[in-house]
Design a protein around this ligand. Sequence first.
Ligand code: GLN
Length: 447
Amino acid sequence: DVFQQIERVEERLGAYITLTKEFAFKQAEEAENRLIKKEGITPLTGIPLAIKDNICTEGVKTTCASKILYNFIPPYDATVIKHLKNAGSIMVGKTNMDEFAMGSSTENSAIKITHNPWDLERVPGGSSGGSAVAVAADECVGALGSDTGGSIRQPASFCGVVGLKPTYGLVSRFGLIAFASSLDQIGPLTKDVRDAAILLSVIAGHDERDSTSALIEGKDYTQHLDLEIKGCRIGIVKEIQGEELDKDVQKVIAKTINTLCDLGAEIVEISLPHLEYAVAVYYIIAPAEASSNLARYDGVKYGFRDKTAKNLIEMYCQTRSLGFGSEVKRRIMLGTYALSAGYYEAYYKKASQVRTLIKQDFMQTFEKCDFILTPVTPTPAFKIGEKVDDPLQMYLSDIFTIPINLAGLPAISLPGGFSQDGLPIGLQIIGPHFSEVNLLQTAYQIE
Ligand code: GLN
């Protein structure tokens, strides 16, 4: 079973921050009762799942892989957790991540690093690295992650699993510890597309406790999986072909284009002229929102508190300087700067305007094609330590995933092939807002 597998591999991989074995056994008993009574059985009943450690779980530590929340036990469940409980699934544990989901390699965790199961010297991607590894190494059947700029899709790609970032507003963010509220979405990481569709069917849907939740009810996202995609128009982005792309990544994309043609899809070249500004825009907007969201960690209400301080101001300062790691501090400083009087117009306002242009690029493109195919990342998984001293290089590894969050679109990352050294390479398929049923269908047909 899953816990035996965890015992075998977890020491080498480090996917989990907290294992919830007792909890899981209790849930397994409940699931068994449902099966015996033949009551309340869903496709997730009895299925062991892993949860990223920034999703609140009642009575179970939720740390965001940060020292500042090292002892935080939420008194409530996130809406997605409620849905999973109602479906009768089993929570195996909480997974490692970059601190507050800021990063692309899980190396920013204050707790430990996580290793890529395909090559232990390489990163699993991030920030949902623990969830991707847990799925890839059979330490669970499926997992939840969160995606602000690629944090589900990039680790899925590096670990050879499926990761779906739903349309902004489709899945409730209630109980997801906020990083950048206008970009964050929870989504599934699974072995295959069907499992992703099953998980999405359980977690999607309107929630009055999230003011940005769409007025849309969840549905059965597996309904169209088996239908063929003949005649479907797939866009290939003019701006991201050629030189900068790793050769192996190029080959996988070319192979996929062939597969699509065999399936009767039509390939169209499209242009996204503002794509090149996406990373720059993201690194204004995400830190700006983060600096505001993270203001609440002051040592008063919850989490870590520096006890040596002599007065209140000193307590705030020490708590935050000892509690946050360096990447989080970098983002808070970037964000407060971009929002400060005199700079707001030049940075935050400008970035919001360019964000609108990026969104419009996509909207116009979706008049010419149904879905867009791109790589997930420019290269396969990189070595542990390779980019830690160069934040800009780390940021650039998200150039294909970040624009999707800025535009609020759904996108799926699925295994496309392997590099010459046997590392998984992912494909990204992007769809219009709320196109998940057909997006999953397209992915399933390619898979
Ligand atoms: N890697 C990006 C960042 O560091 C995206 C992270 C995410 O999606 N949570 O912000």
